[in-house]
Design a protein around this ligand. Sequence first.
Ligand code: FA5
Length: 347
Amino acid sequence: MAPSLDALEHEALAALAQADTSAALQAWHGKYFGTKRAKGELERAMSAIASLSPAERPAFGRRANEVKQALAAAFEAKQAAVKEAELEAAMKAGALDVTLPGATIPRGRLHPSTLTLRRIIAIFARMGFEVYRSPEVETDEMNFGLLNMPPEHPARDMWDTFYTTQPGVLLRTHTSPGQIRVMRERSANGAQPIRVILPGMVYRYEQVTARSEMQFNQVEGLAIGRTITFADLKGVMAEFARHMFGSDTRIRFRCSYFPFTEPSVEVDVYWGLATERDRMITKGTGWLEIAGAGMVHPTVLRNGGYDPAEWSGFAFGMGPERQAMRLLGISDIRYFWQNDLRFLEQF
Ligand code: FA5
């Protein structure tokens, strides 16, 4: 009934005995079990079932399965033996040095900006500030208008930015528009006191130097209440600097101007003046500006839904990268976004 199956089994096993390499085994497997492109000998032999009488078919089918299973088992055993032999040969030839250390998997780490942001957030969290997020793509009105800078206001020149193709939509130049968003949210159902920080990326069309980037983070702070004074702002800034840079850190407040605060200051920390680089980073003063701040302007309070006759508040906007430079000894702000691993792997 099935001489061709017996012959096939015999022939295949004999050929398998001769196949002593992985390549020969693969060729053998292709020939008898088929490949994606071609039918194998087994399948071809099995197709003979069509020419058999119905009475002969069950026995043929059974035998065909037996042959298939026998060949598959023999192949597996031979494959294992060949692999082992090949591995042994490779080891003898010295191709595999089992004493070599394995490939190391590089460990991820946090970006120095993220590390600094987390530190800043933790310090303000201890002082009762919650984190509030606001969008990086803003309207002209939020970024400027509602912050007391109507169109054509000269202060807009300090914050030139990147505009989108949609009129009036831009990349925010500072986190201050978030002030309006929080105030409007917290005054929607009757004005509530506020104590928030708003961390996030800002963008400016400006000359890139060792101390100025065109993309950097800011952390805005806003506190609104019924009895808030400039002394609260000074206290919070001094407390922050003490936790951030150490208790012996010198900070100073310089008179400044922002259209959205009145009075306004700039906050500096002492950097030092030992090297030429220190001179460049601190513009020859020894002091590094880390934040702008002031008492929230009455117009801005009103735009946020707070009555300036009842409410007052302070706000600040600080640059974490400038602080990271001071903390981590980074001498050029351009390193932050160059994505050079030699820099990033140091933190
Ligand atoms: C502002 O952006 C104001 N919105 C800050 C503010 C908020 C004032 C609330 C009053 C009330 P200024 O442009 O100075 O101000 O930026 C604030 C801080 O961001 C600076 O002190 C500095 O630390 C950082 N900063 C500014 N420009 C750059 C830059 N190009 N690269 C890196 N950091 C910068």
